[in-house]
Design a protein around this ligand. Structure first.
Ligand code: NAD
Length: 458
């Protein structure tokens, strides 16, 4: 028997009481979450620093500010999102009215990854609460200080009979998955995504899988090299490259490859100095296993700059590799670290072909001065998200959905898309009892059939 039987019963009782359907309850939880972030800002930033070597500035920019914005956006729109929306009534079913009526799903499980341990827990939580669900959060054990802080603070601010934090590793997830949830949102690797989906299938529980993969950046000959390099450097080396949507590798027009590498080096030095090991805003690799995996990639190409490391600190410099063997591990695995392979291409068509031959990425980046060419890239390829002439910035827009496609994941959230993920849109029709013409009831005479055909064509 699973150790979560009583917790599940408690959450089910809360959900069945109907309290979470109430808009005031949902708004209160969201406001309390904002209060938690405000009251514990320093401790949260400190936990990120201890877990991942994230500077306070980076922690605020990539985690707290994103979550705060999501709360404000949700509070601003919640009354409108919750409203049943009237849709057209077909002639045959008149008089009457039809509505799309969003309702909460029940108890949802949110399992997070370690690289953005606050954002990846709290952004889905906002959506799940906004939609009126009870929630179990399972933060990643690889960011232990953040996980512990969330487990200690959340019960002080949010309704503990509806929202629970459970800490632990694979064994705890395995146990949790033996229970029946109404939705599971998982963020992490493809390997564990399959485990989650298999377990969910047992109860026919729907899943949202936020996975990763190799996200390419395509740099065309007419791109603004200096700005492109700065934006690539920022998107790649934030969190020491441990970002699911970081540009994984670069496909660059061969005529500008040397210039781009030089500009990347300059951008790296401007952001992190000539010794990034002592830069306040440069992070560390999360654990030894990931560190050793990354070091092994350094021999898969020629180090154009960077490449130095320190195992005791799990420090690996911002690194660019050229002359990369495209069949080597660095081009097969998701890198998830600060190494950027540069691969020359001769045309946009070659870049498109390269992307089409691989799994659909979570993010795709295009850099060019020609919107026509960028549109061509969009139309010829598939990706979870695409951002042109920048990296990562699409995450700041709560009007855009976030999620993968194919092997990079399924389902989406952020803003209204998250509210929809954790809601069931119930079809509701109201009919008047009068009039009640007999043409729809058997026996279907020739005359009745003619009327029905005419009415259904209206
Ligand atoms: P992780 O090791 O933190 O694992 C994620 C969760 O799975 C954790 O909560 C962990 O406890 C659980 N878990 C681990 N092994 C398990 C097992 N055998 N059975 C059940 N549960 C288990 O994170 P990770 O998997 O290293 O995450 C990195 C991957 O996540 C990368 O591929 C990255 O691209 C992806 N990612 C995606 C997003 C996104 O939003 N799409 C965000 C961040 C990371």
């Amino acid at each position: 028997m699973t150790q979560f039987v009583f917790l599940m019963q408690q959450l089910r009782t809360t959900f069945d009481s109907g309290v979470t359907r109430n808009i005031e309850w949902r708004q209160r939880q969201l406001k309390q979450l904002a209060a938690l972030l405000k009251d514990h800002e320093n401790e949260l930033l400190e936990a990120l620093q201890l877990d991942l070597g994230k500077s306070h500035a980076e922690g605020w920019l990539t985690e707290l500010s994103v979550v705060n914005k999501e709360i404000q956006h949700t509070l601003n729109h919640l009354p409108q999102w919750m409203k049943a929306k009237r849709v057209r009534q077909p002639f045959l079913a008149m008089p009457g009215k039809s509505y799309l009526h969003p309702e909460p799903l029940g108890i949802v499980l949110i399992i997070g990854a370690w690289n953005y341990p606050i954002q990846l827990m709290l952004s889905p939580l906002i959506a799940a609460l906004a939609a009126g669900n009870c929630v179990i959060l399972k933060p990643s054990e690889l960011a232990p200080r953040t996980a512990e802080l969330l487990a200690n603070t959340i019960p002080q601010y949010l309704a503990h009979d509806a929202i629970n934090v459970v800490n632990g590793g694979a064994d705890i997830v395995t146990d949790l998955l033996q229970n029946r949830f109404d939705h599971i949102l998982y963020t992490g690797s493809e390997r564990v995504g399959k485990i989650v989906m298999r377990a969910a299938a047992e109860y026919l529980t729907p899943v949202t899988l936020e996975l990763g993969g190799k996200s390419p950046a395509v740099i065309l000959a007419d791109a603004n090299i200096k700005t492109t390099a700065r934006r690539l450097a920022w998107g790649k080396w934030i969190n020491a490259g441990q970002t699911c949507i970081a540009p994984d590798y670069v496909l660059v027009d061969e005529s500008i490859q040397n210039e781009l590498v030089a500009a990347l080096k300059e951008a790296s030095q401007t952001m992190f100095g000539v010794t990034p090991q002592s830069a306040e805003d440069y992070g560390r690799i999360v654990n030894d296993a990931h560190f050793n995996r990354l070091i092994s990639y350094l021999s898969n190409g020629k180090v154009a700059f960077g490449g130095d490391f320190n195992a005791s600190e799990r420090y690996l410099a911002p690194t660019v590799l050229t002359h990369v063997n495209i069949d080597s591990p660095i081009m097969r695995d998701e890198i998830f670290g600060p190494i950027l392979p540069i691969i020359p291409i001769s045309s946009l068509a070659e870049a498109i072909d390269f992307i089409q031959q691989r799994e659909k990425p979570l993010a795709l980046y295009g850099f060019s001065n020609s919107n026509k060419k960028l549109r061509q890239l969009t139309e010829a390829t598939s990706a979870g998200n695409q951002c042109n002439n920048d990296t990562l910035m699409f995450m700041l827009n709560p009007e855009l959905p976030f999620g993968g496609v194919g092997r990079s994941g399924m389902g989406r959230y952020h803003g209204h898309f998250g509210f929809e993920t954790f809601s069931h849109v119930k079809a509701v029709m109201y009919r008047s009892t009068r009039p009640d013409p007999s043409f729809r009831y058997p026996p279907y005479t020739k005359f009745k059939r003619r009327i029905m055909r005419w009415l259904s064509s209206q």
